[in-house]
Ligand binder design. Structure first.
Ligand code: HPA
Length: 268
């Protein structure tokens, strides 16, 4: 694993001039942030040694290095989901690569189903905790190069970034919810009883990504800010038949506000 990471890191280092400070993993329908980037270079996932290649509709599949204001960023346009058939090692591979490229902060966005009855479609929810109902990505042989064997998870999502976002939410007048994200494997969406169960165990939103990356990043000592766009509701009486297109369309409506918020968070 470590050799593969080193090869990917060396390949990317040759293409970029400075170490990135912040990485952004763009989720479904949230790709517009790249329009605000001063792009230095774009690297197709396919060209990076050992990098998996993304296949889902709405995800492109390249690493973009550039600047957002004065902040050097590395943007992952397209991510790897467990439900696509990648191993958890593959899903978290890019996070480990970006750590060794120098990132200190990771920003992640995703689309999620809302279970908190106060939520509406289009809401932005920053993740303040998670419940991992996927296989844990750290299962397997331990390499101390990545951090602790038994990482503490009492504060996975960076309190300072959460606090700053609360302030920015007020300043920019962009309402932001907070809550617990349940990470599931998918690819099926939830049955009504599954939504009910996930609500009972403490979830506010549910989705099929982010938790593996957050676990890997936290083990590596990276500060994490993760945010969900609520694209559908798993609330009794509000559950509707859903397609992937509905999810993308709902996420796209919220994208401009979320983009403004994240740019402010990264560049302030
Ligand atoms: N469940 C799981 N994943 C999702 C959902 C959902 O309702 N909406 C968007 N991603």
């Amino acid at each position: 694993m470590f050799t593969a990471i080193n090869e990917a890191v060396s390949y990317i280092r040759e293409k970029i001039t400075e170490s990135p400070e912040t990485a952004i993993i763009l989720g479904t329908g949230l790709g517009k942030i790249v329009d605000h980037l001063e792009v230095e270079c774009e690297i197709d996932y396919g060209s990076i040694p050992h990098f998996p290649v993304s296949t889902v509709e709405g995800h492109a599949g390249k690493l973009i290095s550039g600047k957002l204001g004065e902040t050097r960023v590395l943007v992952m346009q397209g991510r790897f989901h467990f439900y696509e058939g990648y191993s958890m090692q593959e899903v978290i591979f890019p996070v480990r690569v970006m750590k060794f490229l120098g990132i200190k902060t990771l920003i992640v966005s995703n689309a999620a189903g809302g279970m908190n009855p106060e939520f509406e479609i289009g809401d932005i929810m920053m993740i303040n905790d998670h419940i991992c109902l996927m296989p844990n990505p750290l299962i397997g042989k331990h390499d101390p190069a990545f951090g602790a064997r038994f990482p503490d998870m009492s504060q996975t999502y960076d309190p300072e970034l959460l606090q700053r976002t609360r302030q920015l939410s007020a300043e920019l007048q962009i309402p932001v919810r907070e809550g617990c994200y349940v990470g599931v494997t998918g690819p099926t969406l939830e049955t009504p009883k599954e939504y009910e169960y996930l609500r009972i165990i403490g979830g506010d939103a549910v989705g099929m990504s982010t938790v593996p990356e957050a676990i890997a990043a936290h083990q590596l000592g990276i500060r994490i800010f993760a945010v969900s766009v609520i694209t559908d509701l798993g609330v009794p009486g509000k559950i509707q038949k859903l397609t992937h297109r509905d999810v993308i369309e709902a996420a796209e409506k919220t994208a401009p506000a979320l983009t403004r918020l994240i740019i402010k968070l990264i560049t302030v």
